[in-house]
Design a protein around this ligand. Structure first.
Ligand code: APR
Ligand code: PHB
Length: 389
């Protein structure tokens, strides 16, 4: 098979890129290792920046998002005693949309057949070849049969564990990593949210987050030691801990119910440079990971894809190579700023095992400063709603 862009990975990044390229008349094929159901089973965050909403609008795939997404003009930081509301709309003129990121993937997935976007599921042993040439290709197995896709570019949208990043010679790349000493235990339940806006809490006992998927479905998290297992946390124990960590006002609003889903996820900050090598471009989690504090993961994938689609269209339609050459630097400039925000909000809102009373005092002082400073709140707000693309 021959195409212009071979996309590896049918998560949000790969599907967004595929739809954008098809809309530009650029031929592409998406290769996905898993089944559609498996891809949709991945639990994901639920906050969309304007960049992600705008891409769905541009593709004409925002109907459900507009109908079901919850527009939120602010969010809250809590330190056990008080709620500090960050008025994003008032401070930046922008809001966020709460809409399950899995729903974004579903909307993109459902639209693919009708728009002629070829997604090959069950592609095994995907391997990249000749990425330093102008004629790279991807090999894979489909039903045990060896297949090959020749393309002008390969887009590595295959997440943190995919093969694309690893195809770049070690001498041509570097990476940066911070693994956090705790995980997030999350629960999804068909109960109304305790608050109409998100609450990130730093309590003496640890972190908690109150989020939602709709007016009738809630998503909550607490941080737990990496040694904890799901069986250590009954629903009741988790609801009790959430009520303590979120503080009395939020706790009064909590409606308990059985977990539809419960899982523990590790936290990591990770950046891989460069995001382009020869004819291979990396987008999304293939190139970077953020801790979920601030829900930047999908929104960073969206800005990567926006830049990549523009660069590929300039090259393939107008033979303009500048945007391709500048893709990595442009994408990384926004990646690093979001990495900084996600890392700093994680540091502010979590109790680290190595921290002493001084570090705790610094967290309380920073929350005091934020509570009393419009400048500090504006800084947080402009990062939370998403920095300019
Ligand atoms: N061959 C083919 N497909 C692969 C391979 C492979 N060897 N390895 C991984 N994949 C697929 C995965 O099965 C997955 O569907 O690539 C896809 C990568 O998708 P994600 O991991 O969701 O990464 P991305 O699309 O970059 O999404 C970024 O979305 O919801 C957020 O928090 C989430 O930060 C994440 C963001
Ligand atoms: C979620 O709703 O799952 C969510 C929201 C905000 C975050 C992380 C996760 O920062």
């Amino acid at each position: 098979m021959k195409t212009q862009v071979a996309i590896i990975g049918a998560g949000p990044a790969g599907l967004l890129l595929g739809h954008l390229l098809k809309a530009e008349g650029i031929e592409c094929v998406v290769l996905e290792r898993q089944t559609p159901d498996y891809v949709l089973s991945r639990i994901r965050a639920g906050v969309l920046e304007q960049v992600t909403v705008s891409l769905m609008e541009r593709l004409g795939l925002d109907a459900r998002l507009k109908a079901e997404g919850l527009i939120e003009d602010g969010f809250n930081l809590a330190d056990g005693e008080r709620l500090i509301r960050i008025d994003c709309l008032g401070l930046t003129g922008k809001s966020v949309v709460v809409y399950g990121q899995t729903e974004v993937t579903k909307d993109l997935m459902d639209a693919a057949p009708g728009r002629g976007l070829t997604v090959i599921y069950g592609a095994e042993d995907v391997a990249l070849h000749d990425i330093e040439s102008d004629s790279p290709f991807v090999s894979y197995l489909e039903g045990g049969v060896a297949k090959r896709i020749d393309a002008r570019f390969i887009a590595g949208c295959d997440g943190f564990h995919g093969p694309s990043r690893k195809a770049i010679p070690a001498s041509s790349c570097r990476d940066f990593e911070r693994v956090y000493p705790f995980g997030w235990l999350g629960i999804l339940a068909d109960v109304p949210p305790c608050n109409h806006e998100l609450i990130y809490a730093n309590h003496e006992r640890g972190f908690a987050l109150a989020s939602m998927r709709s007016h009738t479905r809630s998503r909550y998290y607490i941080d737990v030691p990496l040694t904890d297992r799901l069986e250590d946390w009954s629903d009741e124990r988790l609801w009790d801990e959430l009520a303590i960590r979120l503080g009395p006002d939020a706790a009064a609003g909590i409606t308990r119910g059985p977990a539809l889903e419960k899982s523990i996820a590790p936290l990591r900050s990770y950046v891989f440079e460069p995001m382009r090598h020869g004819s291979l471009m990396l987008c999304g989690d293939a190139a970077h990971i953020v801790p979920p504090t601030g829900a930047k993961g999908l929104n960073l994938a969206a800005s990567d894809v926006l830049y990549a689609a523009d660069a590929l269209a300039r090259f393939l339609i107008r033979s303009d190579n500048d945007a391709i050459a500048g893709y990595s630097a442009k994408a990384l400039a926004r990646v690093w700023k979001s990495e900084r925000f996600s890392w700093s909000l994680t540091k502010l809102m979590h109790r680290f095992p190595e921290d002493g009373i001084f570090e705790r005092a610094m967290q309380i002082a920073e929350l005091d400063y934020i509570a009393s400073s419009v400048a500090a709140q504006t800084s947080i707000a402009e990062n939370y709603v998403g920095l300019p693309v």
